[in-house]
Design a binder for this molecule. Structure first.
Ligand code: AHR
Length: 338
């Protein structure tokens, strides 16, 4: 497929001759990237997709990366080259994988960045090689013309729903603490923005502090144990930016002799099975889903990008919210957990 793309790429520079060449190249194979709706790519000429991924990180990540693997199958006309980072915070392994995909002339690159900064040079190389890049989940600090689109739920809106719920749960305000994801990530900044927007100067809200727990349960527990001790347990609300940290916070609240959901309410983002079970039990009080299932959206964006069709600069994935044990039980029964 790469040679076809190159031939088509040349069209801008040479003229009718190349046009005949390019179309001839397409007509001999299946010009439609990724095959047709019935699956299969006709000539067997698969679209090669380089997926610069995060790799094992937690329940959300596993669900999201599996959804991408389930969508970009050979039957659907794709050869997916999966490249997980050496660790969820190892950008160098991602940069190396990215440049390997460019050198291998894959047809398209999917990128979930472990860091928001440091991608501009890589994205420029892909653009020079006429390889479209599609961001999944996480944004990057780079000009929008260097990538086709970003596919993700709206982190600002998801976090705003947490803040709006909190202001109804605590009409007089509360002392609260924020457990953040890995520092510097687009989603961390966006979640802080949305939550703060919802609180928007409402009286009675006292931010005791914020600290990263690196998306992890054990770190969430350790941070909140320290925070509760330092504040004589006078914390009423905890916003955890993902489920695993929120579950850790609930463990710390219990260890301090307090009752999660009564003495301290905890709200999280993601919607994993563990979180919905904790919500059902009352250990969590609110869970905002960060819908990981956007494999089909990614396939559609790849097909449009390779066909030269317009793709919106951001593709928002709809997400739900769960605000009670009954809502959690229904979501679990309906198979919405992951
Ligand atoms: O980028 C999405 C975040 O990364 C998820 O909310 C979190 O669980 C994951 O680690």
């Amino acid at each position: 497929m790469a040679h076809n793309k190159r031939a088509l790429g040349m069209l801008g520079f040479i003229g009718v001759g190349a046009l005949a060449l390019g179309l001839a190249g397409c007509s001999s194979g299946d010009a439609e990237p990724g095959g047709d709706a019935t699956g299969g790519s006709g000539s067997g000429d698969l679209t090669t997709v380089g997926f610069v991924a995060v790799g094992p990180e937690g329940g959300w990540r596993n669900a999201n990366e599996q959804a991408i693997k389930d969508a970009f199958t050979e039957d659907a006309g794709f050869e997916l080259k999966y490249a997980p980072a050496a660790s969820p915070s190892d950008q160098k392994s991602q940069l190396d994988a990215f440049s390997t995909f460019v050198n291998d002339e894959v047809d398209v690159i999917l990128l979930t960045a472990t860091e928001a900064s440091g991608w501009e040079d890589s994205l420029k190389l892909a653009k020079e090689a006429e390889i479209p890049v599609i961001l999944l989940d996480r944004g990057v600090d780079a000009p929008e013309d260097l990538y086709v689109t970003r596919i993700a739920p709206d982190n600002v809106q998801v976090a705003k729903s947490v803040g709006e719920w909190a202001t109804t749960a605590f009409p007089e305000g509360a002392n609260y603490f924020v457990l953040e994801g890995v520092p510097g990530l687009s989603v961390v900044n966006e979640r802080n923005e949305g939550f703060d927007e919802a609180l928007g100067g409402k009286s009675g809200w006292n931010k005791v502090g914020a600290q990263t727990a690196n998306w992890k349960t054990d770190e969430g527990k350790s941070v909140i144990e320290t925070v509760l001790k330092a504040n004589n347990n006078d914390i009423q609300f905890i916003f955890a930016q993902n489920d695993e940290m929120g579950i850790g916070a609930a463990q710390a609240v219990t260890a301090a002799g307090l009752k999660p959901g009564t003495d301290v309410k905890i709200a999280t983002i993601d919607g994993t099975k563990g979180a919905l079970e904790a919500l059902s039990k009352g250990d969590l009080s609110f869970v905002a889903q960060y819908n990981p299932f956007f494999g089909t959206d990614a396939v559609d964006a790849v097909k449009k990008a390779l066909a030269g069709d317009k793709v919106d600069s951001t593709i928002i994935v709809k997400s739900a919210t769960f605000d009670s044990p009954e809502a959690a039980d229904k979501a679990l029964a309906d198979g919405l957990a992951f």
